[in-house]
Design a protein around this ligand. Structure first.
Ligand SMILES: [Ca+2]
Ligand SMILES: [Ca+2]
Ligand SMILES: [Ca+2]
Ligand SMILES: [Ca+2]
Length: 407
C-alpha cells in the first residue's frame, strides 16, 4: 500500500507542463583560461585564440563557460525526447571598448589557415564571429562535477578538463578547441558547427564594438544535434554552454578580442538565458494516442487526433510524435529522401533525422525478412537536418530493399 502511495505522489510531482525560463544570471560562469588564478570570480572573461604548435596551448585558448541549472524549474529524467523547445537565447554584454570588430557570420575554415598555406582563403568580412558551443568534459568530470573552482586540467593542447564541444560528421561530440591552428597530426583541421553565432544591434558588421554592447545567441534549433543537446541538458537539469572566438593578434596587428562581463562584475550585466518549451508527460486525457503536452505545444489545443495527418505530409500525428517530427511542418517528417548507388558503387540512403532519436538501417531481399545492416554508421551535416548511411560492401548488381526504423 505504501508503495502505491509513493508512486502516486511521484507521478503528480513529475507532471509536465510548459516552461518559460528567464535566468538573469548564470548558475555558474567561469573564464576558461589556463593561467586564470581566480577561476569563477573574475568580473570579465575574454575570448581569444593561440594559433600554431609553438604556443603549446589549445587554439581556442581562452573560452567562457556558462552554466544554467534548470532542475529546480523543469522536471528532470523524463527522457530527452520528452522536452520540446521553441526558443533558446543566451545574451552576454561586452565589457571592453572597441577592441574587436563585429562579424555576424561564420568564417570558413580556410580563412584561419596560415597565409602561405596552399588552401588559405582570405577573410572577406572584417573580424571574427563569436561562437556558442556545447560543453564536453574529460578526466572524469561532468556537468554536475565541474564547478567554478574545479581544476583546469593539463595545460597542453587537447587536455583541458572542460572544453567547447560540437558534433563531428559522425554525430559524435568532439572537443573543438583545436579544430584549426595546429599542424600536429593529433589535431587535424575540421569545420565546426556552432550552436549559435553572436548578433548585436549596437553596430553594423565590420565596425568596432563599443563597451556595453549586448550580443544575442539564438541557439540553432533547426539542427537536430543542437536541439538534442538542449533536450539532454533539460533531462539532466544542467545546461552548460561555452563561448569561443578565434580572435588573434595577427601579424603585428593590435590585439583583438571580445571581453564579456561575468556574473561577478559589479558594473556590467551578467550573461542571461531565455528558454521556452514544454516537458511531455504521458497524460493523454482525450485518449487519442497523443500526449496532451505535445498537442498543446504544437496545436494549442486537444482537438487534433492521433490518426489525423494535420500537415498532410503523409505521416499521422501519432507517428510524428513517435518520430520526434513537427506535425505542423510538411518538411519535418521521417522520410527517405534519396537512395541509390553512387558512381563509386557505394549504396547511399539519405533521410531526415530528428533530435534524440535512434535509427536503425535494415535491409531485406524480399520485403518480408528484415535485418539490421552491419555497418550502422551515419554521416551528418551533408546538409542540415539530413543524415546519410553509406555502404561500400554491397556487390554491384545486388538488389536490396532498405528501410529506416526508429528504435
Ligand atoms: Ca571574418
Ligand atoms: Ca491526447
Ligand atoms: Ca503529418
Ligand atoms: Ca510533419
Amino acid at each position: 500500500m505504501l508503495i502505491v502511495c509513493a508512486m502516486l505522489l511521484d507521478t503528480s510531482r513529475i507532471r509536465a507542463k510548459p516552461f518559460v525560463l528567464h535566468f538573469n544570471q548564470p548558475s555558474l560562469d567561469r573564464w576558461m583560461y589556463p593561467f586564470n588564478a581566480s577561476p569563477g570570480t573574475r568580473p570579465v572573461a575574454a575570448l581569444f585564440a593561440a594559433f600554431g604548435d609553438d604556443s603549446g596551448m589549445d587554439t581556442r585558448h581562452a573560452q567562457f563557460l556558462l552554466g544554467f541549472d534548470t532542475f529546480s524549474q523543469v522536471a528532470t529524467n523524463l527522457g530527452s525526447s520528452h522536452y520540446l523547445i521553441s526558443r533558446a537565447r543566451v545574451r552576454a554584454t561586452i565589457s571592453r571598448d572597441q577592441i574587436f570588430k563585429y562579424d555576424a557570420s561564420q568564417d570558413a575554415l580556410q580563412t584561419y589557415f596560415p597565409t602561405d598555406s596552399p588552401s588559405y582563403a582570405p577573410d572577406l568580412d572584417a573580424g571574427r564571429p563569436i561562437e556558442l558551443f556545447g560543453v564536453g568534459y574529460r578526466n572524469g568530470f561532468s556537468e554536475s562535477s565541474f564547478l567554478e573552482a574545479s581544476p583546469f586540467g593539463p595545460i597542453v593542447p587537447g587536455e583541458r578538463n572542460c572544453y567547447a564541444m560540437s558534433y563531428n560528421t559522425d554525430g559524435v561530440p568532439v572537443d573543438v578547441s583545436n579544430n584549426v591552428g595546429k599542424t600536429n597530426q593529433m589535431f587535424p583541421n575540421f569545420e565546426v558547427h556552432p550552436f549559435s553565432i553572436g548578433q548585436t544591434e549596437s553596430v553594423a558588421p565590420g565596425e568596432w564594438v563599443p563597451a556595453g554592447s549586448e550580443f544575442s545567441f539564438d541557439l540553432n534549433l533547426s539542427d537536430p544535434l543542437v536541439l538534442q543537446y538542449l533536450q539532454q541538458a533539460l533531462n539532466s537539469g544542467r545546461l552548460r554552454l561555452m563561448l569561443s572566438s578565434l580572435q588573434a593578434s595577427e601579424r603585428g596587428a593590435e590585439p583583438a578580442y571580445p571581453e564579456f562581463f561575468t556574473r561577478d562584475s559589479l558594473f556590467g550585466n551578467p550573461p542571461t538565458l531565455e528558454l521556452e518549451g514544454t516537458s511531455v508527460s504521458a497524460v493523454d486525457s482525450d485518449a487519442d494516442g497523443l500526449p496532451d503536452d505535445w498537442e498543446q505545444f504544437y496545436f494549442g489545443n486537444l482537438l487534433h487526433r492521433g490518426d489525423e495527418d494535420t500537415d498532410g505530409d503523409g505521416v499521422t500525428n501519432a507517428n510524428e510524435w513517435v518520430a520526434g517530427t513537427n506535425p505542423n511542418q510538411t518538411g519535418s517528417v521521417l522520410r527517405i529522401l534519396m537512395t541509390g548507388r553512387q558512381p563509386d558503387g557505394s549504396v547511399v540512403v539519405r533521410f531526415m533525422h530528428s533530435a534524440s532519436q535512434h535509427y536503425e538501417i535494415q535491409a531485406s531481399d524480399d520485403l518480408n525478412n528484415w535485418s539490421a545492416v552491419e555497418n550502422s554508421a551515419l554521416h551528418f551535416y551533408e546538409w542540415e537536418g539530413a543524415v546519410e548511411w553509406r555502404d561500400q560492401s554491397e556487390p554491384a548488381g545486388a538488389l536490396h530493399f532498405y528501410r529506416v526504423v526508429i528504435k
